[in-house]
Design a protein around this ligand. Structure first.
Ligand SMILES: Nc1ncnc2c1ncn2[C@@H]1O[C@H](COP(=O)(O)OP(=O)(O)OP(=O)(O)O)[C@@H](O)[C@H]1O
Length: 877
């Protein structure tokens, strides 16, 4: 439900003494001035929660108060708002606004901050308030609101028939990319990869501005958009080609979009332009600092669809969605937040380009071979803060002095980093060899200007070192002289009055005063004016003291203001170098990822896979990278895999050259390396583990990582498909079997000879013979028609018959040792098919009553007698 919906459902109380709960229904003329202003602001942002600064609080009123008190579990109170009576109210202390806003934004609300923009003590009449910030899930910048380990993407989508444009940006790091495609399924997959915090969608819906929370339905949202994200319904205008194009040209100060790569991609342009407009609208006071726009195509990367990402547990486990136990968890040895985010991006977007893969491998290899370099690099990287986000905050005017010190500190490590890699040969280390001189200078300047441990607040002074700014030094000298005057005053007055206990003090109410014990009150000079009487003391002021005090306070104010100005100028300088810093940050992030992967390769005994152009998939002694780490050392049983031995194109070319005989010969050899493996074995023997291990090794190899095997030779895949397990998709009301069939249909319709297909059971969710028939037909179609490299794990050992019918199918089994009263899992994958599934045995081990086990064996005997499936199919031909 949107905020506005909740509001419209709130009817004004019939009870005249109950507080008003809807700003739209009250008589505005009866509201006091501040509430009238509040209501005007609320009218402008009907779809967001408005946090309105009153004194030390950010208050919410009317309908927003009800929503906020419910969502944050705060007490709902009410406040007198003029003639109209009381209105609902709840609020949060102003210093805690970030924490509370984060919670609201995480729950899918947009929050508008309306702050005081003048000093309340100087205000004439109502304190001036303005909207200073609009926070939505995709536009967060504040450090406490973001997870350092992942990007926070804002996406924008434009759809025209089957065609679409998608732009996305992370305003905290400055990334900004756009693309265009022509298949809505791919759009959905790309969104699932990005997991954006918020998606902008242009529509002509009447409720523009609404932020739909995850799962919330709207008739204006096309079905192809995954329901699990927040969608902002936007006006179509900024997404029109003309407006969007102009916006991009202006933002990046270019005459054509050619250089950005999207001149001829109108949908990509529309999405990017619309996104920019939204950022400008929500960022208000600060400019948005974004990298220049990069255009990419989905075909540059290995397609890992949502199911595969989920089944291979790349960023979270299937069972409980936790990070621990995922591939990312097992591989992450990065030392910086930038590296952690980059590793996640890389795992979700493996490469297709062999050159790119080899460049990463070369770097890992160099770091594997040079232990000292690797250790020194890791040590140094640990001292580098999140340059990307620090720069993002500086560029948008939100960095504080501590941020700039951290940034300068990190920048000043870069020359050291360059020194470490000066003799490196591999591409990603060479990228660190040159530090742009402008950054060295910037770091030096920042460290010279800003004190070592600056305060959090920017307006209370204490930021800039002495000797950096003449005017600042002068003002500081004046303030110090005044302080000295006060300090001397005590000595002088003691001497003058002869009262040794006389003291000069300060408090916020009276400012400076002279304190004398009551016993001595009679001997005070006549120019002392009594200001306050306490139990044991009298407090006085003198006209001279007051005059000095006024000077001190103004001078301090001026000093603080100037310090802030000097600081803001430094921050701006950082913002101006944003692009240069970001380029080097990305190089640092990449080197960090590769350094971590090298460390992993050494400690886990990974090998460098040989990447080839053909279809080969040869893994010798492969291991599952995650399961291996969760078992005690040495317990994981390695297994080899050999698939897709020959390049089908070459074979086909051979047959076209009418060299059919030769081709047949080759085809026979080729059968040594099958395309499809039927994998059988008892429950819990390790079939799923083996299947996933092959998928993960292929994926890791295309990320450029070394892999858990003693050797590997891998052709680059265009896509990895998986169908694993079965879960009811309750959200769409689909049964287990229908989910399974949909996923299988997707694979059969999209897999190519260059794909890797991993199928873990097909046809289990229906009657045995239906299931077996479907499984058979699917395996046959993949092996015979698609010729994708495939591993098909199944309990239907009848499928083993396929190997005798098709040359590119082979049978493998996960072996077990049978003892009289137990089965021992060997977890070893061997040629040949299992002739039984040990399901009844598993039932016995699980404690099914003996009589049931006995009866099951009888029934199985009968069924097997009548099942002559392979024979029957052969007869069909
Ligand atoms: N190669 C291996 N070495 C050591 N342990 C393994 C190996 N493979 C699997 N295991 C262990 O066996 C357990 C069961 O494996 P897995 O889930 O792959 O079985 P399965 O054959 O797919 O079972 P089911 O048919 O019931 O789905 C795993 O959790 C893992 O701990």
């Amino acid at each position: 439900m949107t905020v506005s919906d909740s509001a419209s459902q709130t009817t004004e109380p019939q009870n005249p003494t109950a507080p008003h709960a809807d700003s739209r229904l009250v008589d505005r003329s009866k509201l006091s001035k501040m509430y009238q202003h509040y209501a005007e602001m609320k009218d402008k942002y009907p779809h967001a929660l408005l946090l309105y600064r009153v004194g030390d609080f950010f208050e919410t009123f009317f309908q927003d108060a009800i929503t906020v008190s419910r969502e944050l579990e705060l007490v709902l109170t009410s406040k007198h708002a003029g003639e109209v009576g009381r209105v609902c109210m709840t609020g949060v202390p102003h210093h805690a606004w970030e924490r509370h806003t984060t919670q609201l934004v995480e729950k899918g609300y947009a929050v508008v901050i309306c702050d005081q923009v003048e000093d309340a003590s100087e205000a004439v009449g109502l304190v001036r308030r303005e909207v200073t910030r609009i926070l939505t899930p995709g536009t967060l910048l504040e450090e406490g609101m973001l997870k350092s380990s992942r990007n926070n993407y804002l996406a924008a989508v434009v759809i025209a028939g089957e065609h679409w444009g998608l732009a996305y940006a992370d305003i905290s790091t400055g990334e900004f990319l756009t693309t265009q495609g022509s298949n809505l399924e791919l759009l959905s997959q790309e969104l699932m990869r990005l997991q954006p915090a918020e998606v902008l969608f242009p529509t002509n819906a009447p409720d523009l501005g609404t932020l739909l929370r995850p799962g919330e339905k709207s008739p204006h949202l096309p079905e192809c958009l995954p329901p699990s994200f927040c969608y902002s319904l936007r006006s179509q205008t900024p997404f029109s080609l003309g407006e969007a194009r102009t916006k991009l040209l202006q933002k990046f100060k270019v005459r054509s979009l050619e250089g950005l790569g999207c001149e001829h991609l109108p949908l990509a342009v529309r999405a990017a332009g619309g996104l920019l407009e939204y950022l400008e609208e929500t960022q208000k006071e600060s400019s948005v600092s974004l990298h220049s726009l990069r255009t990419y195509t989905l075909t540059d990367f290995l397609i890992v669809d949502y199911q595969t990402r989920r089944n291979l547990e790349i960023t979270q486990t299937v069972r409980d969605g936790t990070f621990v136990g995922s591939l990312l968890w097992a591989l992450d040895r990065t030392s910086t937040a930038m590296g952690t985010r980059a590793l996640r991006r890389w795992l979700l977007q493996p490469l297709l380009d062999i050159k790119g893969i080899r460049a990463r491998q070369d770097t890992i290899q160099e770091l594997v071979e040079n232990t000292t370099l690797r250790q020194d690099l890791r040590q140094l990287l640990r001292q580098i803060y999140d340059l990307e986000r620090l720069t993002g905050r500086a560029g948008s005017g939100r960095a504080n002095a501590r941020d700039l010190v951290a940034l300068a500190d990190s920048l000043s490590r870069l020359p050291e980093l360059a020194g470490l890699v000066k003799d490196a040969r591999s591409p990603f280390l060479k990228a660190l060899q040159k530090v742009p001189p402008v950054l060295e200078e910037l770091a030096k300047k920042l460290l010279a200007y800003i004190v070592e441990s600056p305060p959090l607040h920017l307006t209370d002074g204490g930021l800039i070192r002495p000797g950096m700014n003449e005017e600042l030094d002068e003002r500081r000298a004046t303030v110090e002289a005044d302080h000295q005057w006060i300090a001397n005053l005590e000595v002088e007055e003691r001497a003058k009055t002869g009262i040794p206990t006389l003291k000069v003090g300060f408090n916020n109410t009276f400012g400076y005063y002279i304190s004398i014990s009551r016993a001595k009150a009679d001997s005070v000079p006549s120019n002392y004016i009594r200001k306050q009487t306490l139990k044991n003391e009298e407090r006085y002021i003198t006209p001279e003291l007051k005059e000095r005090e006024a000077r001190i306070l103004t001078a301090r104010d001026d000093l603080n203001k100037l310090e802030y100005e000097v600081f803001a100028a430094l921050r701006e300088e950082v913002g101006e170098q944003g692009e240069v810093i970001r380029i080097i940050s990305r190089a640092v992030a990449a080197a960090d990822v590769l350094c971590g992967l090298a460390e992993l390769a050494v400690y886990q005994g990974y090998c460098r896979p040989e990447m080839v152009v053909g279809r080969e998939l040869v893994i010798v002694d492969g291991r599952h990278p995650v399961v291996e780490q969760s078992l005690p050392a040495g317990l994981f049983v390695p297994n080899s895999t050999r698939l897709g031995g020959e390049d089908l194109n070459r074979l086909r070319a051979a047959s076209r050259r009418e060299d059919a005989k030769n081709a047949k010969e080759e085809e026979r050899d080729f059968s040594l390396y099958p395309d499809l493996i039927i994998l059988t074995g008892p429950n819990a023997s390790g079939k799923s583990c083996y299947l996933r291990q092959v998928g993960l090794i292929q994926l890791m190899a295309q990320v450029g990582s070394f892999v858990p095997a003693s050797s590997a030779r891998l052709g680059v895949c265009d896509r990895i498909f998986t169908r694993v397990g079965a879960v009811d998709d309750l959200a769409t009301g689909q049964s287990t079997f229908m989910v399974e069939m949909n996923e299988t249909a997707n694979i059969l319709n999209h897999a190519t000879a260059r794909s890797l297909v991993l199928l873990d059971e097909i046809g289990r969710g229906t009657a045995t013979f239906d299931g077996l028939s479907i499984a058979w037909a699917v395996a046959e179609y993949i092996a015979d028609e698609i010729k994708a490299r495939t591993i098909f794990a199944t309990h239907y050992h009848e499928l083993n018959e396929l190997a005798s019918l098709l040359p590119n199918v082979a049978n493998y089994q996960v072996t077990v040792k049978e003892l009289p009263d137990q089965i021992i899992f060997l977890h070893s994958v061997q040629p040949g098919g299992a002739d039984k599934s040990y399901g009844i045995e598993a039932g016995r081990l699980a404690g099914l009553p003996a009589v049931v086990i006995k009866r099951a064996k009888q029934v199985m005997g009968q069924i097997e007698k009548h099942s002559k499936i392979a024979l029957g199919l052969q007869n069909l031909d």
